[in-house]
Design a protein around this ligand. Sequence first.
Ligand code: URA
Length: 210
Amino acid sequence: ETGAALFTESRPDSLEAIAAGISACTRCPIGCNGTRAVAGEGRADAALMIVGEQPGDSEEQQGRPFVGPAGQVLRSHLAGAGIDPGQAWLTNAVKHFKFVLRAPSKRRLHQNPSAREIDTCRWWVESERLLVRPKMVLALGASAARSVLGKTVSVQKVRGLPQRLDDGAELWITTHPSYLLRLDEGARAGEEARFAADLAAAGARLRDLA
Ligand code: URA
């Protein structure tokens, strides 16, 4: 069994219950790797829910989302777009850190979650959305988009084109900030500008909705 079929209990009735639930969750291989789960954080009644991919090395160590290098890139661009992350609900498609140990440094090297892992963890993200009831969901990258939509979409095709979710919330999809970190200097400026433009459009719309 996969995805929602692995969850036979009723939906968590609080964000605290979700934090406890993900810490104990062993429904996919990442949940069984012995790392700490990273819960969403922010305003429980946020108008904006930001969904990333998964905690990275720093997030796993600190137990908080978006506190590492990609989180810094995100936070600086949010500021540029007039979006206060303190007013948002920040979370991830996958709640545990998936990595391989790279010899000889033993650095923990990020690995992408599989579709199956995203689809399993999706029940938790849906539960968060049912509680927070955001007016806008901002999905960062393909894993986050799959988490929200339940299917794979091309980020490059749908970025900047908001879509309405079944509960009326608007979904905005853009790239993941760690993608910007991987680009060489030549490509980076252009991609940063596109990311900034996506966030600026989402920020302007969010102020309309609020
Ligand atoms: N990248 C993510 O997708 N989420 C985090 O929490 C940190 C980095």
